[in-house]
Design a protein around this ligand. Structure first.
Ligand code: NAD
Ligand code: MG
Length: 392
């Protein structure tokens, strides 16, 4: 029986993970679940899964939850110390890192240092602190498994056990990262500035949390994923091609020197990569419908237009410059997306703010956590100043 801690249990990935776990009560038990402040949802999850611990980051929400689950044996913990405690608890074998954004970094590192099997959905933690994140994985020999659908696909297409090892040593010619292009892929570029948060969050193929939905619409998601792939598979950004694939059936591919291209296909449902990583190297039922290729009938691939998606070039530039540039890219993007969701800035101001923050930030090597956290805080402050001053 594997004991699982789910960081970000109330979110989209958290819910998909719990759906897979509930199908296999003989194999997986929920030891801990965490969320930011959604105590109502957490109460419902506590009654269904009866975990040993839950963590709410917000103290008021934690107090409210404690008051209504006195009949359960579940203990309620608070804040970052609670997150770190459950991520590193000796009873836990598997930690699902599904908090959104930079808030996931410290608890994910705690799980890595405690040598857990870490199922990584929280790509922002790897983008903001890639070098030290991968160093910690190697040093502590944690078992890192990608849940992001593209990276899980690449993981499945590579020879076994290749996380952190240079993929090019395995006869790989290129990694081909696919992306749907998001909800605005067919909209005239002039109309992009007037799109609303609701339109941005209505993804054609995937049902996801608000932040990654906006990232998919700007394709910063593909930029973050390009950086994520560089770290996970130890390749350069020039070893990765990005292709638009509107059906979201081919989740990514690996092209080998002998001319073989291996792809992973499936219906667009995150329960597939989650089940793959939960049970690896075995396979379990995820609840996802088998793929019907006759129904799909056609698979299209085109190049991503970088005028429509300037965020891809920004991510390539940040990887190329290295160090805290990626921390700055991630932090500026998180602030800009949040400001767009709050209707304080327009959609195309997202890349403009990130560009300015990258230009105006002093960056350097990202060799320790303090430097990363300082770069993250400074970039957030600068992005908010740009929004407040109207200089964007
Ligand atoms: P979501 O917004 O649906 O859920 C986020 C979860 O994190 C919630 O449980 C929330 O309570 C928690 N959280 C948010 N802020 C927090 C904070 N400051 N402190 C502690 N907890 C906090 O997001 P999601 O769509 O499930 O995405 C989660 C992560 O997985 C992101 O990094 C995203 O990029 C990645 N991811 C998501 C998908 C998807 O299909 N949703 C696919 C690939 C990767
Ligand atoms: Mg993805």
């Amino acid at each position: 029986m594997r004991q699982v801690a789910i960081l970000g249990a109330t979110g989209s990935i958290g819910q998909s993970t719990l759906d897979v776990i509930a199908r296999h009560p003989d194999q997986f038990a929920v030891f801990a679940m965490t969320a930011n402040r959604n105590h109502q949802k957490m109460q419902q999850l506590c009654r269904q899964f009866e975990p040993r611990y839950v963590v709410l980051s917000d103290p008021d929400s934690a107090e409210r939850l404690s008051a209504v689950i006195t009949d359960l044996a579940t203990e309620v913990l608070v804040g970052e110390s609670g997150l770190m405690r459950v991520a590193a608890a000796s009873e836990v074998d598997t930690v699902v890192a599904a908090i959104v954004g930079a808030a996931g970094l410290i608890p994910t590192l705690a799980a890595i240092r405690a040598r857990k099997r870490v199922l990584l959905a929280n790509k922002e933690s790897l983008v903001m602190a890639g070098a030290l994140f991968m160093d910690e994985v190697r040093r502590h020999q944690a078992e890192l498994l990608p849940v992001d659908s593209e990276h899980n696909a690449i993981f499945q297409c590579l020879p076994p056990g290749r996380i952190g090892q240079p993929a090019l040593h395995s006869g790989v010619h290129k990694i081909i990262l696919t992306g749907s292009g998001g909800p605005f892929r067919d909209l005239a570029i002039e109309q992009l500035d007037s799109v609303t948060p609701e339109q941005a969050c209505a993804h054609p193929n995937w049902d996801m949390g608000p932040k990654i939905s906006v990232d998919s619409a700007t394709m910063m998601n593909k930029g973050l994923e390009m950086i994520e792939a560089c770290w996970l598979f130890a390749v350069e950004h020039s070893d990765i091609d990005i292709l638009l694939h509107r059906q979201s059936i081919v989740h990514s591919m690996v092209s080998y020197l002998d001319g073989s291209v291996i792809a992973q296909l499936g219906n667009p449902d995150m329960r597939t990569p989650i089940a793959n990583a939960l049970s690896w190297p075995q396979r379990i039922d995820s609840g996802v419908e088998p793929l019907n290729l006759l129904q799909v009938s056609q698979l299209d691939f085109t190049l991503a237009d970088e005028a429509r998606y300037p965020c891809i070039a920004l991510a390539r530039e940040a990887w190329h410059r290295g160090g805290t540039c990626m921390t700055v890219l991630n932090a500026a993007n998180e602030v800009a997306v949040d400001q767009f969701l709050q209707r304080n800035i327009s959609f195309m101001e997202i890349p403009r703010i990130i560009t300015k923050v990258l230009e105006q930030s002093s960056t350097g090597p990202a060799d320790n956590l303090d430097i990363v956290l300082q770069a993250d805080a400074a970039a957030r402050e600068l992005a908010l100043e740009l929004v407040a001053s109207g200089d964007r």
